[in-house]
Design a protein around this ligand. Structure first.
Ligand code: ADP
Ligand code: ASP
Ligand code: MG
Length: 428
């Protein structure tokens, strides 16, 4: 008997019919002789709707109350799903994140899992129940307050539970057939990938491919949890994210081991660009600035420092960060303006990031040329560039992002003949 953790995203449980479909699928998995633990997201666009509501009341919602509000979305779907399973004649019990033993740190809105003690979940499955856990939420180990783990965080709940329970596999059910070479909503000709290394998937997720939450991929890699991303609307085999290169080789036994050079193109519209203008060009200023940003708990992404304008002894430092952190990071920087001695801050949300990811980049010359030539041919102006061993990223105008993604995807011969299927969801 295997233990399978199945996570169903918001588009899979967007209405009563969807919840019933998911309930049947869970019962089928049990009928095949498996124990099942389910993690569920909020129905459809519930989380966005709750956020919109809060924003109509205040510009500065207290972080603790925001988490209390957002965690309610997952509680609705977990209880409804348990009822649907019960209605089909099987036993199910739902648990909030804290009841399931998901303990986190205290950073509201982006809490990190520190410990999972799933005794209640274990007891429920031992008694023949399907255990259903509310995704994306936990309880602060320090304050006992309810926390949430950031948008898309239910994926991480699923992997954290799979690791703590020693599950055989963690299945992530969503509204597309797996991980594609690009977001099929932007590139209809994107191709489904059969297997991807966790190393490449980490870069894709970190570059904004929201098919998987970044921390879910990190967690799965660290604890060796095999991830299978697939559609809840079809029975098609999805994409396997393989924790280590050895697994990749095992799966490919009998097939040529040559890896594709490029695994995909990711894009991200959720970041903003900040430029700190006229920073004194002396040792210690960058440390001071990034210390302030770290104090505001913001993760910054690309950083570019221009050479100082001759004679002024001053330079500009630009970086990108999640838009949601834009306001409080600007406030923290403004508060330290006199101390740091910079002249001004400019802030731009109309930017988009495009990333090309592939482990084969390491050993194949010419990738950068093909990439920048594709952008040139598509008339896309490059604003910032950053690279890792297996990734090239650029920032450009938000308006040009879709064109850029399609151009790069085509330039690396990734276009399929048939269009990908998007089964549901609003893409919000
Ligand atoms: P869920 O609600 O199931 O968690 P998400 O909306 O978080 O679903 O993630 C699924 C969506 O991710 C897809 O509908 C697709 O638009 C988007 N996506 C972005 N990049 C990719 C990619 N490389 N492959 C597949 N889907 C992608
Ligand atoms: N409901 C949360 C969100 O919309 C968490 C999740 O779906 O994973 O981001
Ligand atoms: Mg998601």
């Amino acid at each position: 008997m295997s233990l399978i953790v199945q996570k169903f995203g918001g588009s899979s449980v967007s209405d009563a019919q969807g919840i019933k479909r998911v309930a049947r699928r869970i019962i089928d998995t049990r009928a095949e002789g498996n124990d099942v633990v389910v993690v569920v997201s909020a129905m459809g666009d519930t989380t966005d709707e709750l956020l919109d509501l809060a924003n109509q009341l205040t510009d500065e919602a207290p972080a603790r109350e925001m988490d209390m509000l957002l965690s309610a979305g997952e509680r609705i779907s977990m209880a409804l799903l348990a009822m649907a399973i019960d209605g089909l004649g099987a036993k199910a019990a739902s648990f909030t994140g804290s009841q399931a033993g998901v303990l986190t740190d205290s950073i509201h809105g982006k809490a990190r899992v520190i410990e999972v003690s799933p005794q209640r979940v274990r007891r429920a499955i031992d008694r023949g129940y399907v255990a259903i856990v509310a995704g994306f939420q936990g309880m602060s180990k320090e304050s006992n307050d309810i926390t949430t783990m950031g948008r898309g965080g239910s994926d991480t709940t699923a992997v954290a539970l799979a690791a703590a329970l020693g599950a055989d596999v963690c299945e992530i059910y969503t509204d597309v057939d797996g991980i594609y070479t690009a977001d099929p909503r932007v590139v209809p000709a994107a191709q489904k990938i059969d297997t991807i290394s966790s190393e490449e998937m980490l870069e894709m997720a970190a570059s904004g491919a929201k098919i998987l939450h970044l921390r879910c991929v990190e967690y799965a890699r660290r604890f060796g949890v095999p991830l299978h991303v697939r559609s809840s609307f079809s029975t098609n085999e999805g994409t396997w994210v393989l924790p280590s290169p050895d697994d990749q080789i095992k799966i490919q036994e009998g097939e040529p081991l040559e890896q594709p050079i490029i695994s995909g193109v990711a894009h991200d519209r959720s970041e903003a660009k900040v430029t700190i203008v006229g920073v004194p060009d002396i040792p210690g200023k960058a440390a001071q600035i990034f210390g302030i940003i770290a104090g505001a708990h913001a993760n910054i992404d690309m950083i570019v420092q221009n050479i100082s304008t001759s004679g002024t002894g001053r330079t500009d430092i630009s970086f990108t960060l999640p838009m949601v952190d834009g306001k409080h990071v600007q406030e923290a920087l403004r508060a330290a303006q006199a101390d740091v001695g910079f002249e001004d801050i400019s802030y731009n949300e109309k930017v988009g990031k495009l990333s090309l990811v592939g482990a084969g980049m390491r050993s194949n010359p010419g990738v950068s040329y093909t990439f920048f030539e594709a952008l040139h041919q598509a008339g896309v102006n490059v604003d910032m560039i950053s690279t890792s061993e297996i990734r090239i990223s650029i920032v450009t105008d938000a308006d040009k992002l879709d064109t850029a993604v399609r151009a790069v995807h085509a330039a690396f011969d990734l276009d399929a003949e048939q269009d990908a299927t998007v089964y549901g969801g609003t893409g919000r």
